[in-house]
Write a protein that binds this ligand. Sequence first.
Ligand code: OAD
Length: 226
Amino acid sequence: MKITVLTGAGISAESGLPTFRGAGGLWNGIRAETLATPEAFAEDPHRVLAFYNFRRGMVCKAEPNAAHIAIAAVEGPHQVTVITQNVDNLHERAGSSKVLHVHGDIMTARSSHDPSLKVAMDDRDIEWGDLAPDGSQLRPDVVWFGEAVRHIDDSLQHIRDADRFLVIGTSLQVWPVADWIHHATNASARIIIAPDLNQCPPGFEWLQGKACDHVPRVAERWTRAS
Ligand code: OAD
């Protein structure tokens, strides 16, 4: 069986990483454009680097939770692809082997001029003056507003081909990912897990609540299914 899982910040909330929207969200009280755009980096690189250094530090201290671990466990009997908007590495650390990071990866830095020139940061901060091999300033290897989302064709293919489609912890407010969920036309089960949603997308079953409460149960059911 082919299972495709689409995740957002909510799946890492119970690992202690804040979401963007909602109570305690990173975008509460600030405009995302002041921290997550190329223009913000050009205007005040110190502020932008500090924001991502802070978040990389939190990711290093966080551990995968029961939801990340349950998704990885479904890989035994089934073909699982995780498409994540998250820049953390908790899916990989839980054991998932196929993870598409459509908004990039906070553990990696890249050249400001050449996106293909990457440097692994692990737990190190990116400082102003840290240079890529081409001599340009390093920046986080994340997708900022106005930049191209990654793995679009591959993600859409995995969503279209899915026999089961699970969406976890995303407010579905950011384009184009929000639109991708409507392509899961082959899936006999389409489930969305979140404590709150503006509205449940058509054709989906909404399991209202936290990822760690619902994902292990769904994963266990699907692990047993052929
Ligand atoms: P959001 O912060 O917009 O939405 C998080 C969702 O997770 C909300 O629907 C919450 O109800 C839900 N949630 C909170 N706690 C949860 C829990 N314990 N279990 C399950 N769900 C929970 O995050 P995203 O939808 O991921 O992009 O945001 C999308 C993009 O917006 C991010 O990738 C980021 C941001 O701006 C960029 O920075 C480019």
